[in-house]
Design a protein around this ligand. Sequence first.
Ligand code: HEM
Length: 598
Amino acid sequence: MSNATIAPIRFFETCISTVTAACFGMFSSLQSNSIVIVTTGIVGGYLASRIVYLFYFSPLSNIKGPFISIMFPISLLYHLSKGKAQEYQLKQHQKYGQVLRAGPYHVSLTNPEDWKRLLASHRYVKGMTPLIKIFGAPNIFTTDDPEINKARRRLIKPAFTTTHIAAMEQSILEAGPIALKRKIDQAIEDHENSFVFGSGSSNSNSSSSSSSRDKKENKNGTAAKINHVDDFQYMALDVIGELAFGGSFGMLNGGQQSNTVVLDGVHSMNLISMLEVMIPYFDKFERLVIPSMVKKVDDFLEFTRQVIYKRIEETTTNTPAKSTKEGKSTSPQLPPPPVPQDILQVFIEAYQQGSAIYGLKEADLVSEICTQMFAGTDTSSTTLSWTLFLLMVYPETYKKVCEEIRTTYPDRSKPITYTEGLSKLPYLEAVIYESMRIQPTSANSLTRIIPEPGFELSNGQFLPAGTECLIPIYSIHHDEQFWKDHHKFLPDRFLVSDKNGAEDVSANKKNLMIFSSGIRVCPGRNLAMCKIFMTLANILRDYDFWLPEDMVEFGPDVIDDETGEPKIIPGFLGITYTPRYSERDGWICVKHNVAPSQ
Ligand code: HEM
């Protein structure tokens, strides 16, 4: 569908370019037989005709943007490879305004009126979605078919409502923050023991290492060094396992096999998605070019297939108690174990019923379940990592948020829940929103294709059918019109006091794009917020964190020349925006909060 609508403009341009190129080529060859001259003529002709068409005759020629991006969309490759594509796009918006021509047929929009309208209707289908081929079948996330999307969203909706998440809160707490705390406690204890026994050595590959320098820093208890990027990822997967697969994968506690398969799969998908966005038709030959990476995705899909069949077996095998010849049972018939009501089961039942509405085949089932794992892992874990890092380089904010949590919930023997804590910890909520604004994990652009008869922008400009609209989440979150001092980590911008003086976090939230909006808004947003909030509330209350001393390149006083704010660890932009060098930058020192608990 998307290709059909975009075709006329592209076809026209290709015709003009080809004819002009051919004319130039013929003309050049009349002058000389030299291959160089003919080739130069063809290339020159092509470029000249492309310039003439794209800048003077294209229906988008009245929309301004950088010459290089309009001529060669592949130029984005350079910025993507540096992990700075989103910052490049922001700079272009700052230069050209809220409507930017970002490519030959691409217009990037940051005015909320425009992107909200585009996201509000299935009329504007998704374009340029990576990973379509690799999943082997469409899924909620990749499909551009409104009917498939609507039907499958209906299917998973009950599992993501606030009521359901509230009912699952205890499981999320157990598989998430409580398991994480157990791991941190173990890391601290290991280090205490290693020093008691006199080794004092540290293993930089372990997620619990600490140098003696980091240890000495701490005067009120033993410190350990953990890799928060890795640990938040394990935790996010364990929570998804708990909610969608009938049980935690136990990754935080060393579930090594699934650990490698699932995380390698998720990471490979992130990288492949970036390559697909950068290189035209990459999906057609990725199996040849990066076979080992594609294999990791295949292994992940196979792992998912096994999980599905294990569940089908467990829920459909009916093993009746042994009967005598007279047909009487020798042992009392035990009721079958309850069938878990999670996302996995919902999809399996729709598949088994062969429902015409959902039209699920085996490949669709695997694709959907994989997507749940993929969509629910890096997004939440990365948000946690960015937030913790930002708190480390903004110590005043760190102090303030810890104070709020520690004074509101001083009893450390009781875990803080989401339903209980959300209204009582407005500053923590504001910290999370501000971190997701500054470092959105979905930093890329969402894309929508304009259908016939075109689309009128709020500024009166007209976009013809076939235009690919980019909705750049990072640029929207850094638009000076809404976010003054946009590089500053300022949670207070989300806080207003209501009539009774109580803090409310609704100010400014409407201009955020964290979870997208409209008909394809992220269905996992309640779960994500619950997970992120409970994790931060509990660990910030129960532990003290600080950056390792040897991490000299980052800290409150290490200022980025471009932003004038503390330098942020480099990121990698695929489908999600994650810390780029987690093995180098993901470390943090931690010790117990030893202030008297009440
Ligand atoms: C901080 C955490 C999260 C963020 C920032 C986030 C963000 C987003 C965004 C921006 C989209 C729109 C993508 C697009 O249109 O291309 C999206 C879609 C989606 N998200 Fe999330 N997400 C998060 C967590 C989750 C979780 C925990 C799950 C499920 C377990 C999930 C499942 C999905 C699915 C299935 C879609 C596709 C929806 C559709 O196209 O109709 N997300 N998410």
